[in-house]
Design a protein around this ligand. Structure first.
Ligand SMILES: N[C@@H](Cc1ccc(O)cc1)C(=O)O
Length: 473
């Protein structure tokens, strides 16, 4: 069993007293709408630390109370979809937006081509400019979708939301000449400090080492922060705990250029007990784009989480008030077999990522698969059915009058040829639309064997599924 935990949650506990004092002072400073945001996020576990470390004590809370701030977080489009691990950073931005602050998601069209060495044991394979561009489009869409879902389903307060902007950092590097950039920007970072970063040190010590390209990464992320500071007045950057070095470089850079105080806030990296990033166990990443991970799979991923983490995940991955989380946990303790907490977690997270329709699809698929519901099967679209039975071959067949069960099985090569196949059906190995069918000569009957959406779900043995879409002339 994979028990999960928030890795830097431990760090928070170690420094517990100091940190909670830091965030608590914000609560005392004002009762205005934005008060308690940092404390609230820290209590939920969404924020784990800040840079400068003592800023969370008074300067940062006062800044947040002084008026709407601009907060940013960056994502490198090295794949065509974000994954569950990135969801927490988006949720962090959404909390700030709900509190009336303006948020910017930066897509690293430029930085994805450099490759961030933070948290990586080896150099990334180079991603071509074309691929990065395609990835950027698909990730931009998913970020917009998630922000819209949040606005529609999770922002219940009368307070107005801050703005949300998605930018691509390639737009400010595309026309920069390399000599100009190095001679201007490069001067604001010191080699000694850059070399001391954990991401650099750990790689320098490894057999693979670190390329110059990767080493320059922190300069780019620092410059991004500076650019957003100049253009949008952005003074806060969010990032995973592995981003701390990059957040510090941004802080140093801006401090050198303008003397302005800016802040970094870290979000815990959620890892499984075996140390994998959340959702990346056994090479099976859980993605936020439907064509990679269906709403049903995402729903099941949260549903399957061990009991030990469900409370934490409700705080991290949903916007439910803490009192509601507590109430759910009480119900869960009363009757753990009902899995109320898991179900709510799965529903909330799926609705955030895929909207109401996505959640309905996840539930339909769950009913069709695990509760053998024919009605759910009947309501499913071709796309859903294929998502559900990812491995199952999909066949489009012409429905001729008199087609029998054995004909259908043979047409999709579900059973061996000849006598053996015939015997398998008679022995009860074949199920159509969740009903056992033991008569090979039985004619395929509409409504029973063929659902009103023109589909038949054929199962041979325990888990060999075949989807047939019947076409009639
Ligand atoms: N370095 C970040 C992504 C990022 C890119 C550009 C930025 O300006 C900020 C962050 C990561 O790998 O997660």
């Amino acid at each position: 069993m994979v028990a999960s935990m928030v890795r830097c949650g431990r760090r928070v506990l170690l420094r517990g007293t100091a940190v909670s004092l830091l965030w608590r002072s914000e609560l005392h400073s004002s009762a205005s709408a934005r008060s308690g945001l940092l404390l609230g996020l820290h209590t939920r576990g969404v924020l784990s630390g800040s840079f400068p470390e003592d800023a969370a004590q008074d300067r940062l809370p006062s800044l947040l109370l002084s008026g709407a701030q601009t907060v940013y977080c960056g994502f490198d489009p090295t794949a065509d979809s974000l994954h569950v691990g990135n969801l927490l950073a988006l949720i962090g931005l959404l909390h700030f937006r709900s509190a009336g602050h303006h948020v910017i998601a930066v897509l690293g069209g430029a930085t994805a081509q450099i490759g961030d060495p933070s948290g990586r044991t080896g150099e990334r394979e180079r991603v071509s400019a074309d691929t990065v561009e395609k990835n950027t489009v698909s990730i931009r869409d998913s970020i917009h979708r998630i922000f819209t879902n949040h606005e529609m389903h999770f922002h219940h307060s009368s307070r107005s939301l801050g703005t949300m902007t998605v930018l691509n950092n390639l737009s400010w590097y595309r026309n920069r000449d390399v000599v100009g950039f190095l001679s201007e920007a490069g001067r604001h970072l010191r080699m000694g400090t850059m070399l001391s970063r954990h991401s650099v040190q750990s790689r320098l010590k490894s057999a693979e080492g670190l390329s110059l390209t990767e080493f320059t990464y922190q300069l780019f992320q620092a410059y991004d922060f500076h650019h957003l500071n100049q253009v949008y007045g952005c003074r806060i950057q969010l990032g995973g705990t592995d981003q701390l070095g990059n957040l510090m470089s941004g802080h140093d850079f801006i401090h050198k250029v303008s003397g302005e105080e800016v802040y970094g806030l870290t979000i815990p990296l959620v890892t499984s007990s075996v140390g994998d990033k959340l959702g990346k166990t056994a090479g099976n990443a859980v993605w936020l784009n439907r064509d990679r991970t269906s709403p049903f799979e995402l729903y099941q991923f949260f549903l399957r989480q061990p009991d030990s983490v469900v409370e934490l995940y409700l705080k991290l991955f949903t916007f439910l008030p803490l009192a509601e989380v507590e109430r759910l946990m009480e119900q869960q303790r009363e009757d753990p077999s009902k899995r109320v907490a898991h179900k709510r977690l799965a529903a909330e997270a799926t609705k955030l990522v895929h909207g109401k329709e996505g959640l309905a699809s996840a539930k339909r698929c769950t009913n069709a698969l695990f509760h053998s519901s024919v009605q759910a099967l009947e309501e499913m679209s071709d796309e859903e059915l294929q998502e559900l039975f990812i491995e199952a071959p999909f066949h489009e067949l012409l429905l001729e009058p008199g087609t029998t069960v054995i004909d259908a099985c043979r047409m999709v090569n579900a059973i061996p040829e000849g006598r053996r196949g015939y015997q398998m059906v008679s022995d009860g190995a074949v199920w159509i639309n969740h009903k056992q069918e033991e008569n090979p000569e039985q004619v395929m009957i509409p409504k029973l064997h063929i659902l009103s959406n023109g589909l038949s779900l054929l199962r041979v043995g325990k888990k060999n599924f075949y989807i047939i879409k019947w076409l009639s002339l």
